[in-house]
Write a new protein. Structure first.
Lengths: 307, 296
């Protein structure tokens, strides 16, 4: 009888404990969950929902189905901006993808001044994007006092308009973004490279592998996972780029550096058509979703390849 | 040549005696040094040098690299005329608020997900992971509407730093960082503390906080640095002249009558605190990259 009672009270004590554990646990989770709901999840749902509505200011009026989307596709700017955005991505791959891989492989070999090199290479990455954009705005300044114009003046060349040259504006903006972003990518790769056991290299040397062969067969396969991750992150990041062209050129000259992200901003806060901004946001999201799916398929394949 | 004993890459110490590997090594060294000094560092130094020029000197042909005279008082002039101190204060206020809320909310959430593990932990873990993939650009307008008139309660957060603080508090990436770091703290210590009668909050204060110090420092630093340069949302939401932050003011300077040399020194002022912070905490920041770089 006593024993039974004991078991019972112990059971209810355990029950109280279980309730308490869940209560405390959820209480601690609550602030973060609420913030994430209100500032990440809910805006996304509302944005999708309202993209099917006509709006007056910021209040939805009528459900109009896909009308907003049709209007966007019929906007002559859309195709141009979509192509521009792809150009941004393409340039960012050409300029910003291979360099960090090469730099990190080189940094990995260094025995001299390692800490100094690391410090300086990462330095641009700590600067705020707004400052970097403005800094490069001055580097590209079309007057004789712009840094690049000063440099080419030494070779007897006339000042050049840089960002105002509509053919290459996107490339110049990507160069400034790469300047800022490459440092942190290099250090992420470098951290992974440092984790490789050096005995593997030594074994490769015994097998007669030269330096480049070791890079190809040992180093690169070891960083392929994180390189792929950064590749996709870079594509996603550049695809939704907005701040940098906004600060450096405001999409100009003549729309040559406009992006979908900047168009969203302009729809929302310059033309006061928030419904278009939200519809375009959904289109952007869908494109990014497809890229992310690609990533998961590729990542699984690479994992399999590495065994 | 002693340093060659400290090789850590694919080249072996013993190989450095061969001339062709030596040449390869030094070629790579010079290349990296060139990049580090000329490409990475020089533009920042240049903005300082060029900022000291007079406006006429900036546009003169042929242009000169160094100004005719370095007048150090110009730095104070810019500091006073552009009211840099005011923007420093506002930006610091905004950034520190973000750091505090982020450490508190994300830290507690990471602790709950790692050590308390209430019912539904797995589900929350999954949700947090998927939320990380939602691009912010798509929600610009709905977020703006949320800040203008908060759902249910109907108050407005315009002209306050709350939107920035609350958005910083809800970072899925930081929650994941905290959770995986706390997973490395052994459960036995936590269990022992429970038997000693510590409450869940007590465990957080007396065990998780001291043992998780590195991750709190790293997340705090990164949050501060990214918040310091926050441009877009402060630009959209804050129009009160007394609350404008540095990055927004920089952008606005472009369309004022302040001459280019002043704007250049303003850029310098906007990067200086971060460079100093980086110089002080570089080891912590680099180790933060090692923590964050662990894939998956």
């Amino acid at each position: 009888m006593d024993l039974k009672l004991q078991a019972k009270t112990k059971g209810s004590k355990g029950f109280v404990k279980l309730i308490k554990k869940n209560l405390v646990g959820w209480l601690l989770l609550l602030p973060a969950l609420l913030c994430m709901y209100f500032f990440i999840l809910r805006p996304m749902i509302i944005g999708t929902y309202l993209s099917f509505f006509d709006m007056k200011g910021y209040t939805p009026t009528d459900f109009i189905g896909l009308e907003n989307y049709k209007r966007i596709f019929n906007d002559s700017m859309f195709m141009k901006n979509l192509i521009n955005t792809f150009k941004y991505v393409l340039w960012s791959i050409v300029i910003g993808f291979f360099l960090p891989v090469i730099f990190s492989l080189m940094l990995n070999e260094m025995a001299h001044m390692r800490a100094t090199l690391r410090f300086l290479i990462y330095l641009p990455a700590v600067l705020p994007a707004a400052s970097v954009s403005l800094l490069w705005y001055f580097v590209y300044h079309p007057s004789a006092g712009g840094l690049l114009n000063m440099l080419i003046a030494n070779f007897g060349m006339e000042p050049y308009v840089w960002l105002q040259d509509s053919k290459h504006t996107i490339m110049y903006i990507i160069i400034s973004m790469t300047w800022c972003g490459a440092g942190s990518t290099v250090l992420y790769y470098y951290a992974t490279l440092q984790g490789i056991n050096r005995e593997i290299y030594e074994a490769a040397v015994i097998d007669g592998a030269g330096f480049f062969r070791r890079i190809l067969t040992v180093s690169l396969p070891n960083i392929s996972g994180i390189v792929l991750l950064f590749f996709v992150r870079q594509i996603i990041g550049v695809f939704s780029v907005m701040e940098q062209p906004m600060m450096m050129t405001d999409g100009g000259p003549n729309g040559a550096s406009m992006t979908l992200g900047l168009q969203i901003y302009k729809y929302a806060f310059r033309y006061y058509k928030p419904q278009f901004a939200m519809a375009l946001g959904c289109i952007l999201f869908l494109i990014l979703l497809i890229i992310t799916c690609f990533y998961y398929v590729l990542d699984k394949k690479i994992d399999k390849m590495n065994g | 040549m002693k340093a060659f004993n400290d090789m850590r890459g694919a080249l072996l110490n013993t190989e450095m005696k061969q001339p062709r590997y030596k040449a390869l090594y030094w070629a790579m060294f010079v290349f990296l040094l060139f990049y580090a000094v000329v490409i990475s560092l020089f533009p920042v130094v240049w903005i300082l040098i060029a900022g000291f020029k007079d406006p006429q000197e900036l546009y003169q042909i042929p242009a000169t690299l160094f100004p005719k005279e370095f007048d150090i008082t110009k730095l104070f002039e810019v500091w006073n005329q552009l009211k840099i101190y005011k923007y420093y204060f506002n930006t610091a206020y905004m950034s520190i608020g973000s750091v505090v809320l982020c450490l508190l909310c994300s830290g507690l959430a990471g602790y709950a997900l790692s050590k308390i593990r209430p019912m539904g932990t797995k589900l929350v873990n999954n949700i947090v992971f998927w939320l990380m993939l939602i691009p912010g650009t798509m929600s610009t307008v709905p977020l703006y509407m949320t800040f203008k008139e908060f759902p249910i309660f109907g108050f407005s957060m315009m002209d306050t730093y709350w939107p920035i603080w609350l958005m910083g508090a809800a970072s899925p990436f930081n929650i994941i960082l905290f959770r995986s770091y706390f997973n490395g703290i052994s459960n036995e210590i936590v269990e022992a503390a429970k038997i000693d009668g510590l409450s869940s909050i007590g465990i957080f204060r007396h065990i998780i906080l001291p043992m998780g110090q590195p991750i709190f420092l790293v997340v705090g630093l990164f949050t501060f640095m990214s918040s310091f340069g926050n441009f877009f949302w402060p630009y959209l939401l804050i129009s009160d002249e007394n609350k404008i932050v540095l990055a927004v003011q920089l952008y606005k300077l472009k369309s004022t009558t302040f001459t280019q040399d002043y704007q250049m020194l303003a850029v310098l002022y906007s990067v200086l605190p971060l460079i100093i912070l980086y110089a002080i905490f570089q080891d912590k920041i680099i180790s933060g990259i090692n923590i964050g770089g662990v894939k998956g």
